[in-house]
Write a protein that binds this ligand. Sequence first.
Ligand code: TYD
Length: 215
Amino acid sequence: MQNSIFISFEGIDGAGKSSHIQAVANAFRSQGKTVVQTREPGGTALAEKLRDLVLHDAMDPLCEALLVFAARRDHLQQVIEPALARGDIVLCDRFTDATFAYQGGGRGFDLQVLTQLEQWVQALPAGGLRQPLLTLWFELDPSVAAQRLAQARVPDRFESQPQAFFRQVHDAYAARAQADTKRFARIAADATMESVRHAVLTTLHDRGLLPAEAK
Ligand code: TYD
């Protein structure tokens, strides 16, 4: 078993990822691990303020991209890096793949600019980029997600987008997953809560991150 582990959870709105983060946290805690559960945009006082702006205020795509990366920078410095240095398990509800999916795919914003921002924001002092060890991508067809969201709360700036937007977000996630099959694990999210939970914990076991009995 490894010490510190960084796992991100991704998917279009309505894919149901948030419900499974708790199950993963419980599985690691039952192994005696310290778990930091966090989210993006957000995770620090400053980043939560930026989240509020991004989710509710009108702005152009570059502004949106800069704000999510500004939030990410603060989150990495204040929460994620210190937790990983302590040897904790970091479970993050969305990370940079969401920017490539929503700002890149959904908004059609320049992927080269996003790649440059990723390089600046996630640079490690010793070289290389901070990325999750594992990204669980909850894949759900946008038409199914739309049905789920219709029953949900008051939509934010993203949740209120048409299905075509989520098709683009979905396809951008698929492209990111295909470009890094080592980091990504695809979880078929069009299934019962219990079977999705089982698939998530099996993935963690298969990747050597949790012992079999933790399932
Ligand atoms: P979400 O994670 O779905 O939280 P909740 O379950 O509370 O609604 O909401 C965050 C929204 O922010 C989601 O619609 C995706 C969007 N987002 C971006 O557009 N870019 C990003 O880089 C991130 C991290 C999120």
